[in-house]
Design a protein around this ligand. Structure first.
Ligand code: Z5A
Length: 225
């Protein structure tokens, strides 16, 4: 059952697109506006899901194939929804989640060549009515994303997803864009190539246009800054 009182925002996109950075900036902007919100991530976000995150990123599930991997991401999502997302939304908090269903559609569905009906059926069972109110797709040339991610990683070993080649990341970008085009009411594509502050401004503009946070607080739209 959908008992949400808060709003559910997800950030999606390829590696190094700036999702975590923008999730934090959006959290600060909403908090400043007087909206209680929480930042979380997938895979993970709850103690049970974080255990599955470690397995997924280590690559132990990879040999079982994309369908099995989609099931493990979904198992993590069930715990995350049950213990964090649903209770927070029901309590009136806004939830900002770094990756969610669109990552499963892109990585396991499109890149794993799975039948879309498998992914959408799984999504229906796992997520049901708890689909995001707004999904911000951070779009960046994959070479730039990879360079940012490599800089941040330093000498650390690349994980199961980071080790994919440039062709994979180019296909991934197209998968996110094609998926966003299928749901234009929920998804807004944001150019993630600029300075973090400029990207944050574009994100905020999409949030105010789509979710009207100040009207939600009881203030008029004129109160927008
Ligand atoms: N996955 C999946 O396959 N199926 C699923 O259903 C789900 C996930 C939910 C989780 O990776 C992996 O799981 C993910 C997909 C898969 N694989 N990958 N790759 P993760 O959580 O470890 O990492 P990530 O989600 O890919 O995020 P990321 O690569 O860590 O990047 P990001 O969050 O988009 O970017 P960031 O951390 O904010 O920024 C990266 C660096 O760039 C950092 O040093 C920043 O300071 C810098 N940065 C940020 N913004 C800018 C701008 N605007 N200009 C310049 N530099 C910037």
């Amino acid at each position: 059952m959908n008992s949400r009182r808060g709003r559910f925002i997800t950030l999606e996109g390829g590696e190094g697109a700036g999702k975590s950075t923008q999730a934090r900036l959006l959290h600060d902007r909403l908090t400043e506006a007087g909206i209680a919100c929480v930042v979380t991530r997938e895979p993970g976000g709850s103690p049970g899901a974080e255990k599955l995150r470690a397995a997924l990123l280590s690559g132990v599930v990879e040999p079982l194939g994309p369908a099995a991997e989609a099931l493990v991401f979904s198992a993590a999502r069930i715990d995350h929804l049950d213990t964090l997302i649903r209770p927070a939304l029901a309590a009136g908090q806004w939830v900002i989640c770094d990756r969610f269903i669109d990552s499963t559609r892109a990585y396991q569905g499109a890149l794993g060549d799975l039948d879309p009906s498998f992914i959408l059926g799984l999504e229906k069972v796992v997520v049901g009515e708890m689909k995001p109110d707004l999904t911000l797709v951070l779009d960046l040339p994959p070479e730039e994303g990879a360079a940012r991610a490599a800089l941040r990683r330093g000498g650390a070993k690349a994980d199961r997803f980071e080790k994919q080649d440039a062709a994979f990341h180019r296909r991934l970008r197209q998968a996110f864009l094609a998926n966003a085009a299928l749901e234009p009411t929920r998804c807004v594509v944001i150019d993630a190539a600029g300075e973090p502050a400029n990207v944050a401004r574009d994100l905020w503009s999409a949030v105010t246009r789509k979710l009207r946070p100040l009207r939600w607080l009881g203030a008029g739209d004129d109160a927008w800054r």
